[in-house]
Design a binder for this molecule. Structure first.
Ligand SMILES: NC(=O)c1ccc[n+]([C@@H]2O[C@H](COP(=O)([O-])OP(=O)(O)OC[C@H]3O[C@@H](n4cnc5c(N)ncnc54)[C@H](O)[C@@H]3O)[C@@H](O)[C@H]2O)c1
Length: 130
């Protein structure tokens, strides 16, 4: 396994982050809501867990719904809100539905990450959420 493929198995606690509380405060995402696509594995999962660890609630979306649910479960374990959404990011109606579901759940979206890397003939549709 290449190192970039290593999975986070749990979200770090406050005590496990380097830096002082004051430094951590600069990155406080409490009260923010995020959407991350490609969140079932790899970079998207790591970003989702990172956002949650700094206080954000996260809609974790992926074409791999069971994987997204697993990411959401890890986020809920640290008492953040998370919802898993099945989405194919090249399908506009699914992206639009994802946006609606996340806004219904969190009331707003502050942060978006669109992670899946696709081949040159399949460009991700624009994430209109942000
Ligand atoms: N991991 C890294 O360190 C790294 C570094 C630089 C660039 N990248 C690039 O970032 C992208 C993601 O990398 P990764 O390592 O996280 O890959 P990954 O394969 O682990 O994760 C990609 C995720 O996107 C999902 N996905 C694929 N197609 C989708 C679609 N149509 N709709 C919704 N979800 C879809 C997959 O199910 C998967 O969960 C790639 O393009 C990669 O080249 C990754």
């Amino acid at each position: 396994m290449r190192s970039r493929e290593k999975e986070v198995t749990k979200v770090p606690t406050d005590d496990e982050f380097p830096g002082t509380e004051a430094v951590r405060g600069l990155f406080d995402l409490s009260g923010k809501a995020a959407i991350v696509t490609g969140a079932a594995s790899g970079l998207g999962r790591q970003i989702s867990l990172g956002l949650a660890s700094f206080g954000a609630d996260v809609a974790v979306a992926d074409i791999n719904f069971p994987g997204a649910e697993e990411t959401a479960k890890k986020i809920r374990e640290i008492d953040r809100r998370a919802m898993a959404i099945k989405v194919d990011v090249v399908n506009w109606s699914e992206v639009s539905e994802m946006d609606d579901k996340a806004r219904d759940e969190f009331g707003k979206i502050d942060i978006c990450f669109n992670i899946p890397g696709l081949d040159s003939e399949k460009f991700s549709v624009w994430l209109g959420a942000c």
